[in-house]
Design a protein around this ligand. Structure first.
Ligand code: URA
Ligand code: SF4
Length: 222
């Protein structure tokens, strides 16, 4: 079934997610957010506190796509507000990009975790969860209509560019695909936080900022 009113291509990749049924007939971002709050299209709603929907400027020219909310995001209900979000803020600022003028979301909208002592340890979402959640992302893209999609890390990049895509080989390049905005994949801010020492963290941060500066140039120039 086509999603009504959004002019989207039928979702790539096989089976329809039950989330399709929840997309409002005449969607806007706030209706979409309300609908996503009740999503049970995969099992992650059972252990996540809430659906963490995208946030930001309604008609942003740039949309960032992360992997899934983390521990802080799960509690606060907003994307990129924890440690990875602070690093993203810092990099955006260095690149001269105003966070209030972009839209930020995730490929998967519930936090997937397993207990480790008193902590909740992040777990990577699998292909079934990513595709179950895809209608929400597709709808956000269709409504915000960004000129450029920035894919943060392998999960977001492979969700939109296919399983063979390697961020390490193609980061920072602009990529065109039919039916989608222009895309750029880069590293996930968490990977920078995980750098083994200060020096490599600084190097990785600068490379990330470089990618974001190229993005800012492209947005300005086109
Ligand atoms: N990591 C993500 O991919 N998304 C968030 O919202 C937070 C951390
Ligand atoms: Fe629905 Fe996505 Fe949450 Fe799964 S992760 S229940 S598909 S919103």
């Amino acid at each position: 079934m086509e999603q009504p009113g959004l002019g989207l291509e039928p979702s790539r990749g096989g089976q329809q997610s039950p989330a399709h049924e929840l997309i409002p007939q005449t969607p806007n971002l706030s209706r979409l957010r309300d609908a996503a709050a009740g999503c049970r299209a995969c099992d992650l709603y059972k252990t996540g506190t809430q659906t963490v929907f995208g946030a930001g400027a309604e008609h942003a020219s740039v949309m960032f796509v992360g992997e899934q909310p983390g521990d802080r995001e799960d509690i606060e209900g907003k994307p990129f507000v924890g440690p990875a979000g602070r690093l993203l803020d810092e990099a955006l600022e260095e690149a001269g990009i105003d966070r209030t003028r972009v839209y930020i979301t995730n490929a998967v909208k519930h936090f997937k975790w397993k207990p480790q002592g008193k902590r909740r340890l992040h777990q990577k979402p699998n292909a079934a969860e990513i595709s179950a959640c895809r209608p929400w992302l597709d709808s956000e893209i269709a409504l915000v209509k960004p000129r450029i999609l920035v894919l943060l890390g392998a999960t977001a990049a492979q969700a939109l560019l296919g399983r063979d895509f390697r961020v390490s080989l193609q980061r920072g390049q602009f990529i065109e695909r039919p039916g989608l905005p222009l895309m750029m994949a880069t590293v996930h801010p968490s990977s920078i936080l995980r750098a083994p020492d200060d020096e490599s963290r600084e190097i990785e941060m600068q490379a990330f900022v470089q990618d974001l500066k190229r993005l800012a140039q492209r947005v300005k120039g086109s």
